[in-house]
Write a protein that binds this ligand. Structure first.
Ligand SMILES: [Zn+2]
Length: 68
């Protein structure tokens, strides 16, 4: 039996290093310390999913750099 561990991470960079931003009328906001993402959406995923997001983010950053 495998118990999957779900972690809440930033949907942009996959970092779990985020905190709650004091939200106004929208309620709860997440603020990612790693990439600066601010939004009401957070991803809850297992390690596999998180690795995929991180990998995706890395590629995006690399393609941004090379397009300069
Ligand atoms: Zn982030």
């Amino acid at each position: 039996m495998t118990v999957e561990k779900f972690i809440e991470v930033c949907p942009v960079c996959g970092s779990s290093d985020w905190y709650y931003e004091a939200g106004g009328y929208t309620g709860k906001l997440y603020h990612c310390k790693h990439c600066g993402y601010i939004g009401s959406f957070i991803v809850e995923g297992n390690q596999e999913m998180i690795d995929a997001i991180k990998e995706d983010y890395k590629h995006k950053k690399e393609s941004e750099k090379s397009s300069e």
